[in-house]
Write a protein that binds this ligand. Sequence first.
Ligand code: GLN
Length: 489
Amino acid sequence: MTDLTKYTLDEALGGMNKGDFTSVELTQAHISACESATELNAFVTTSFEQALEAAKNSDLRRAKGEIGIIEGAPLGVKDLFCTDGVKTTAGSNILDQFEPTYESAVTANMNAQGMVMLGKLNLDEFAMGSSNETSAYGPVINPWRKEENLVPGGSSGGSAAAVAADLCLGATATDTGGSIRQPASFTGTVGIKPTYGRCSRWGTVAFASSLDQAGPIAKTVKDAAILLQSMAGYDEKDSTSLNVPVPDWKASCGKSIKGQKIGIPKEYMIDGMPDDIKKLWDNGIEWLKDSGAEIVPISLPHTKYALPAYYVVAPAEASSNLARYDGMRYGLRTNGSDLNDTYARTRTMGFGDEVKRRIMIGTYVLSAGYYDAYYLRAQKVRARIVEDFENAWYKCDTILTPTAPSAPFALGRKVVDPVEMYLNDIFTVTTNLAGLPGISIPAGLNADGLPLGLQIIGKALDEDTVFATASALESAADFNSKPAKWWIK
Ligand code: GLN
């Protein structure tokens, strides 16, 4: 029998529509794939029984002609989205036993469109990290392992690894500074962070509220379009949710990009960028030219301040958001001699090192004596970065950059040096600071045979053009390498 996990989401939906296989069969195939891939540590929690039940119900709905956008598709959910009755840990010990009694808006939208959820995917603790090594549930292993274990990127490392290893047809993820796009780049998958406000943040564990945005990780650009359509939409429970229609983004894939102007920001050509990433960027330029686009040089002059600004703003918001974990209402409680001691012990035991570091940085930059010097200054930089993009849009329609300044690196290599880890986000944080959509697509392999991604950044709410451009790039790059399935014994 054919291996049903080899299909893309779009193909699998078509296969079910034609009656080639059922959602139950498709789900069973993916459950077996998950069971033989425990070595990757992609899941924190699996929900296979519920998944089979959901698949059965989906097959019944399909028989009646009730077919949602992702009807019957076995998918994974980053363990940052609250799921009613299914443990939601945010990768943290402090939420180890937290079982929400409500469903996040994003997963509720997907359930309404026929999602079959296989389980909750591993991530950096509270989505803070670029390698999935800060998770309280252990690191995820990149399916593209070579001689040594490599990180899958982060924070959505479980989502990216699961999609790359064919454990699910697609997955939800979140991106505060690159956590959808950088893991996509590290695993040869597609990941899009839409415009800020496209997906409701309601019921998603908060990291930095002015930057957090949900989006999918998928096998192809078209799959990402389908998934995003199932996730997005206005929600009155999130005051920053945008009340705009959700287009049929699948229709944008494959549209001509003839005459489109694509900006190449000179500031992204950073010192020390590996040659194969430079080469890939050049290839991207040629591919887009061949597709009829016009390449224009642009300048985003405040790029060099983006990382420092991000690593002030994000911890500041995190320190405030994480104040709620005091052992009273959620998850872990470690009793102390009095209330303050209980708070202190709970937080000491519950949070890992990186989260504590962010809380300390955040509290420091917001404190009375340093607010002006750090937080206020970072907000001013943020405004300049927004302006940089606004000026760029006079010259171009989208921007092409590499997704990350490196290929997937070895487990344990950067986690010892937080600043080196932060540098990996250099090409992704700018779009979060400006609220713009950005997509990463796999575009080639480096000299060691590891995947590398290219990023397309678009104007706010112009995911249409982003999908059209990404799909042109995808066709030209013709990336069809897959990791060898070494974990199947
Ligand atoms: N790597 C970045 C950080 O650690 C971004 C994380 C994210 O996007 N959630 O903050």
